[in-house]
Design a protein around this ligand. Sequence first.
Ligand code: SF4
Length: 287
Amino acid sequence: MNLNTASHPENIKRLSVKPVNARRNRQPLYAPRKKVFPRRTEGRFRRFKWIVMLITLGIYYLAPWIRWDRGPYAPDQAILIDLSSRRFFFFFIEIWPQEFYYVAGLLVMAGFGLFLVTSAVGRAWCGYACPQTVWVDLFLVVERAIEGDRNARMKLDAGPMSFAKLRKRVVKHSTWLLIGVVTGGAWIFYFADAPSLLVSLFTGRAPAAAYTTVAILTATTYVLGGLMREQVCTYMCPWPRIQGAMLDENSLVVTYNDWRGEQRSRHAKKAQVKGLPVGDCVDCNAC
Ligand code: SF4
């Protein structure tokens, strides 16, 4: 064996270099999650949000139970997606597959409506009507009812595990799962006669697809609305990326402008009197 070849380990020139891509030097791809503990708020916009929440959830859960008489040999459910006979019933409207372009047209109009609303009044969709917002809000109502408002929840979260904490957590997660089951259950009622499907669900005679759909929607509602919450908006939803193109400085958005908010101080008013720089965001100091 020839020890003089350049490739022999003893002939390789060693330089003092540092690995630039060592695991310890790598920056994490995602910022660590900071838990958000929203406090209960009052006011005109919050009242409006409660109303929107009641209407949207009311429509979603109750619409399949509305009856609509179409005469003999036709389903009497007002809103029904009848996959077996390939028809969509919406009160007095009946849409066949070859007429689906009406639905496509409606979806396009809804898309343009969303763009218009966003350009005119900012993130109204995200703030009030997006299903993620509505269900997170509902889950927060449950959380607040069981664990208390912001300070109590923060204290509970930071405290050690105890019987009281465990009991609250079990009750909260069970209620969230129950909401998930009801949400998944409501979805399948749009695809079959709701009263008969409800009976067959409880008697074990419903099709496997019905149970599977309820299970999947239970899991997604629980995970997205209860566990992930704002992470869905930050990492998963494409809408904020599109929305950015429709907003400008004058748009109404709930965001934090550091050029307006800093310097934050618990004693902002005193600092202001002394002529020290104080941000506009001086009233709450909770963020
Ligand atoms: S960012 Fe996406 S998921 Fe979040 S509220 Fe807006 S539309 Fe809904």
